[in-house]
Design a protein around this ligand. Structure first.
Ligand SMILES: Cc1cc2nc3c(=O)[nH]c(=O)nc-3n(C[C@H](O)[C@H](O)[C@H](O)COP(=O)(O)OP(=O)(O)OC[C@H]3O[C@@H](n4cnc5c(N)ncnc54)[C@H](O)[C@@H]3O)c2cc1C
Length: 127
C-alpha cells in the first residue's frame, strides 16, 4: 500500500489487502462457530508464511493477533489474466484482461460492449 504520488509505504505490511471474511460472509461466520477467518492478499512475488500473515494481520487491523490464537493457515494461488489491448478486429473482448481488475470494471465494460453490439445489430436490421 503506497501513498498516492510517493513510494513511502503507509504500513509495514507486505499484504496488498485484508478481508475479514467472517464479517463479510454470514454463511462463513455460521460455520466458523465464533472464530474469525481472515484473508490476506499478496502479489505473486511474496513468499507468505503463517507468521508473515499473522504480523501483517496485526498491522492492518491495528489489533495484536497473538501467535497462540492462530488455529490454521493456508495459501491459495489465483492466476489473474495479464492486461492486454484488444487487437483491432471484429471480435469483442470482455473481462478483466481488457476491463481492468474488479467486478465494477468488468460489469461496466461488458455492459458497454453489449450495448455496442446491440446498436450494431439494430443498424444491420434497419439496413
Ligand atoms: C481472491 C480474489 C478476490 C477478489 N475480490 C474481489 C472483490 O472483493 N471485489 C471485486 O470487485 N473484485 C475482486 N476480485 C477481482 C474479480 O474477481 C475479477 O476482476 C473478476 O472476477 C474478473 O471477471 P472475469 O469475468 O474477467 O473473469 P473470471 O471471473 O475469472 O471468469 C472467467 C471464467 O472463465 C472460465 N474459463 C477460463 N478459461 C476457460 C476456457 N478455456 N474455457 C471455458 N471457461 C474458461 C473460468 O473458469 C472462469 O469461470 C478478486 C479476485 C480474486 C482472485
Amino acid at each position: 500500500m503506497c501513498k498516492v504520488g510517493t513510494s513511502r509505504p503507509l504500513t509495514r505490511s507486505s499484504a496488498k489487502a485484508l478481508t475479514h471474511a467472517t464479517a463479510k460472509w454470514p454463511w462463513l461466520a455460521a460455520r466458523a462457530s465464533g472464530r474469525h477467518v481472515l484473508r490476506l492478499s499478496y502479489s505473486g512475488a511474496v513468499d507468505v508464511s503463517s507468521e508473515t500473515a499473522r504480523t501483517d494481520a496485526s498491522e492492518l487491523l491495528g489489533v495484536g493477533v497473538p501467535a497462540a490464537s492462530v488455529i490454521d493457515f493456508d495459501t491459495v494461488q489465483w492466476s489473474r489474466p495479464a492486461p492486454f489491448a484488444p487487437p483491432a478486429d471484429d471480435v469483442t473482448y470482455i473481462g478483466e484482461g481488457v476491463a481492468g481488475s474488479g467486478l465494477a470494471n468488468v460489469v461496466r465494460q461488458a455492459t458497454e460492449a453489449a450495448e455496442r453490439l446491440l446498436a450494431l445489430a439494430e443498424e444491420d436490421d434497419g439496413a
